[in-house]
Design a protein. Structure first.
Length: 319
């Protein structure tokens, strides 16, 4: 089983919750201090470098107009990590391609990152969360249809190596697609699809994905969704063993840490948070492995304690 380190890179220096309307979309960027922000960016990059040194793989994501995540461009962070890390796989989950005006630009950037990293990129493309539609100036009508058209165009652009092709879709029109550089990995970096929707998302993952991911659920719920995913694979004649299965989990060695990280969401996410003694965390990981997990993504929330990362790595002898 693989273990991955993930943080949304939050900006914690904002007024108390009862003094602001929301942390997302409407919080004025006057609340952002560039000096503190610069220090935070470098701290988070240092944490990713530590994860690389400790034997963890790395996951990043992207959000917009929010203090909960300073990763306004996952590709910028990935490009830095491609250069400063040495061995970790680099997963983006994900790039909100339904809100991007040019899928080919996404394909080009991903190919560059894969080449710079020596073939360590893993690519997750997402629809994007509803509250980021307005900041993206995106049309919510047909969002899922636009997402899948962008997804298919990006995969085709990454996998085509014999010269330009024409793409005429409902939302995107490209007369000559021939990205340079091409990706390091063939036919393209592994594709991950995230989500737990059993009728649509898991069916699509069974058809298109190299890996599937779901966040903050119990081992029992994970096993049930994995079984549905495998049923979808079998219905189209695909070997389920071809598809890696991953789960996002929090880690909080104490109840105080759990509540500090998740606040009002504590009880909602508790089934998907590793907590307790080293032995209890090892046992819980074992339950996910027994449920079929090939990969665990550690989704840390502020306040982040670097000692927690080192303790996890030592517990599982990763380095």
């Amino acid at each position: 089983m693989d273990a991955w380190y993930f943080t949304e890179m939050p900006y914690p220096h904002i007024p108390p919750h009862d003094e602001i309307e929301a942390m997302r979309v409407s919080l004025p960027n006057a609340e952002f201090d560039p000096v503190l922000g610069g220090q935070l960016y470098n701290r988070y990059l240092d944490e990713y470098m530590l994860a690389d040194e400790l034997g963890l793989e790395i996951m990043v994501n992207e959000h917009h107009s929010t203090a909960t995540s300073l990763t306004a461009s996952a590709n910028v962070i990935l490009s830095i990590l491609a250069r400063i890390t040495k061995r970790a796989r680099l997963l983006v989950l994900g790039v909100p391609v339904a809100n991007r005006p040019d899928p080919i630009r996404v394909a080009e950037e991903m190919a560059m990152i894969d080449v710079i990293s020596g073939g360590r990129l893993e690519l997750g493309m997402i629809k994007g969360v509803p509250y980021e539609i307005a900041p993206a100036n995106s049309n919510p009508v047909g969002l899922m249809e636009r997402y899948w058209e962008a997804h298919d165009l990006i995969v085709k652009a990454l996998a085509t190596h014999d010269g330009p092709f024409n793409f005429e879709g409902k939302y995107f029109h490209h007369r000559s697609v021939n990205i340079w550089p091409r990706a390091f990995q063939k036919p393209h970096p592994p594709i991950m699809i995230g989500g737990g929707g059993e009728k649509r998302t898991l069916k699509i993952a069974a058809k298109y994905a190299d890996a599937w991911n779901v966040p903050f659920i119990s081992p029992e719920a994970f096993a049930q969704k994995r079984a549905v995913l495998h049923e979808h694979c079998e219905s189209i004649g695909r070997n389920p063993a071809e598809l890696a299965c991953a789960v996002n989990l929090g880690i909080a060695w104490t109840e105080e840490s759990l509540r500090s990280q998740f606040g009002g969401l504590t009880e909602q996410v508790r089934p998907g948070v590793l907590t307790g003694s080293d032995e209890q965390v090892i046992d819980r990981i074992g339950q996910y492995v027994s449920a079929g997990a090939d990969q665990v993504n550690l989704a840390l929330r502020a306040p982040i304690n670097v000692d927690d990362i080192e303790r996890f790595a030592a517990t599982f002898h990763l380095s």
